[in-house]
Design a protein. Structure first.
Length: 116
């Protein structure tokens, strides 16, 4: 079955950096685009970034462009989210996502807290 396991979250000061990872299994990873989303308390889940199956095409939510970078390692079945210049408003649970056979799959997420 499809499994997505996020890691790398934590507490960081404003202006700091974190690198999130999402380890995937249960499907042919190299064939699928991957996404990162986030959900803050009391807010709807929102799209953050996407990367094509080969890793050559990426797209981002406007508010994270220039600060976040999505990448993938198809040999390791892992997608990453490098987050720089973090702001308090980036505080949320970050989840990775894949669509397989018309169904969306989600990991449990990793908490990112940006606070001084």
């Amino acid at each position: 079955q499809v499994q997505l396991v996020e890691s790398g979250g934590g507490l960081v000061q404003p202006g700091g950096s974190l690198r999130l990872s999402c380890a995937a299994s249960g499907f042919i990873f190299r064939n699928k685009p991957m996404q990162w989303y986030r959900q803050a308390p009391g807010k709807e889940r929102e799209f953050i970034a996407t990367i094509s199956s080969g890793g050559t095409i990426t797209d981002y939510k406007d508010s994270v462009k220039g600060r976040f970078t999505i990448s993938r390692d198809n040999a390791k079945n892992t997608v990453y989210l490098q987050m720089n210049s973090l702001k308090p408003e980036d505080t949320a649970v970050y989840l990775c996502n894949v669509r397989v056979a018309t169904k969306d799959y989600w990991g449990r997420g990793t908490q990112v807290t940006v606070s001084s």
